[in-house]
Design a protein around this ligand. Sequence first.
Ligand code: NBG
Length: 789
Amino acid sequence: MADDPKQLSRDVLDKLYTELAKFPGVATKNDHYLALSYAVRDRLLHRWVASARAILERKQRTVVYLSAEYLIGPQLGANLQALGMTDVARAAMTELGVSLDELIAHEEEPGLGNGGLGRLAACFMDSLATLDIAAVGHGLRYEFGIFDQEIRDGWQVERTDRWLRAGNPWEVRRYEIEHPVGFGGHVEWRGGRARWIPERVVNGVPYDVPVAGFGTETTNFLRLWSAQAAEEFDLDAFQVGEYWRAVDAKIRSENLTKVLYPNDSSPAGKQLRLEQQYFFVSCALQDCIRLLLHGGAPIEKFGDTLAVQLNDTHPTLAIPELMRLLMDVHGLGWDAAWAIVQKSIAYTNHTLLPEALETWPLPLVARLLPRHLEIIYEINRRFLDEVRAKFPGDDARVRRMSVIGEDGDKQVRMAHLATVASHRINGVAALHSRLLRETVLRDFAELWPEKFTNVTNGVTPRRFIALANPKLASLVTDAIGDGWVRDLDRLRELERFAGDAAFGEKWRAVKRANKAELAERFRFDPSALLDAQCKRIHEYKRQHLNLLHVIALWNRLRDGEDIGAPRTILFAGKAAPAYRAAKLIIRLAHGIADAVAADPRARDQLRVVFVPDFSVKVAQRIYPAADLSEQISTAGLEASGTGNMKFTLNGALTIGTLDGANVEIREAVGADHFFLFGLTAEQVAAKQAAGYHPRDVRDTELARAIATMGDLGEIYAPLVHDLRERDPFLVCADFRAYCDAQRAVEAAWRDRAAWTRSSILNVARAGKFSSDRSIREYAQLVWNVGRLT
Ligand code: NBG
């Protein structure tokens, strides 16, 4: 397919007629967007089919990535980039009198995830394809993704995300594939073999979304499963005149993939969520086996051929499901099946928050998945025998390690199950992996030290530099060539420009232009320092610490003091709909924004902006504009963070605690170019063990800031009370150190040349945080996979 603008514009017109039944005179922006996307998709399909064949021929072990969430972001711009045809598309659309940028901006992204975990999965899919590693990402095709956030009177209001309403040109429904997934019922044993007779069956049907590698032909795909009623219509019910009952089962089955649970770092604990989890891993594994056998391999080859990665515990039911399929359906014995499970499955942990470690009530699992519970019991029985053999008489240890928890009502502990069955367990940053071994999974790390490893997260430079920040990308490319897009360590060559005044001026001009674009939309002074905190709203991430500092700045201005330089503090992020404290923090950000804006003594120096409805699309506009990145979680609680990397790679300096990947970012960029503050994870633990109470923190500026918060309105009373009486996230304990670090920021910002130098060095030294590096490590340490080409 020749790719000149003429050919492409002809194809777009053709799609307009043949796919959308429109002629240009009546085509809407959405029609043009769809027509162009179809034309681009055709080009992707050629690569995709070639890669699919390579997978089928099993040239290399294939990675099967299991994730309940993917936040892939808008696709048109990324796919044009991967195909190297952005310029051609721009010219083609200009010929048709349409702006490519408007079409790219028009796209509604699939919000099939909550936050960092889902976005990480998307970055990993990008890197897998770019590194020519055969991979399929299995997940759920939620009809409604993460809710749209509206702000009304300062409060978050959730709106249904109808992302499919205008059509989704990037997915291909595979009509020939369909897998039955059972729920409930009972187990029958015959001749030593179990047979599960489910009470109801739902069909899983796949929608594939291509993931094109950058600068290579390899194109992998996401296979997102959607639920479809096994019986469209209950004929018996219909014949007795009960039309409603006739379609009821259909509606109930299809509810399964209706909506994403909008919780971040905490389990939903609801039956439908467990059904979703089982549904997609069952579809994924049945599909893997179908492909394996179709390719002519015996079932015994499963482990040699496939590397199955559990993205957090959400897909843990893959373990008993694979055992069941291998034994009950394909006739293997326990030992053979277990060897395959252990060979293929690995588990990534993404959180240490105790409330976020998934457990499911035993009676629920028994009712929904009776055969799986039997298998889980047997896995546990064999496992605990091993523990007893190694630690005779240590009953406390046996109880701690059991897959079945007995705290109150009995539960299945998903992290334990995942750990027992996996050959590798990894955390997502060095500190997190260490804490995982020392705390949450300590007993397991003592039993099997060799199973544990670390793979620090990374982000794709294609989307988060090249696509999001074209001005920076071209400045960097002019300086050092374009090799960095596929080999981010090359950014180090920028170090020699760090002291170059002319280069520094261009660097600042890029930041200023990016900031001006955002400032126009959200009305702030583009010359002010842009201080940004973008992530889910959560008490452990401490947006309220940031807000207390804003209040302190405001109080200083009210006292006629100077705050160094004008500053805009920008927030973005969603709160889980049921998380009251987080929603109150959003309200507080708006309350402070209004109060400051109304105060003539403060408003020229200080501005608070809340950017609603944070998404990949919105994020791509904020990272390039930010000067300062807020990474201020209570140490020990943020597993890694990936926004921290995106800000750094766009030239923001970080103010942060020694938490998650901040530790490694600081190590990489140098302590002089990072604003560190706060208690370490060990100090946090020690303080809490010693009976921390916020009243013991004596600090007049802090006391006044909390009082000011209370004065802003009665509604903030719960927050004020919590800060004064409990403060579980040590906001008060870290307040002074945070303010001091912010003073250091003020001072550093005054020396613009030095700031620019630090900014350049941050970018130059952050090559490690490419997801390509993460994927290379997984390939080597976890998956044992090579490249397709
Ligand atoms: C999140 C962590 C982040 C981390 C991402 C991706 C969950 C359970 N965990 O710190 O909070 O960056 O995972 O690893 O969403």
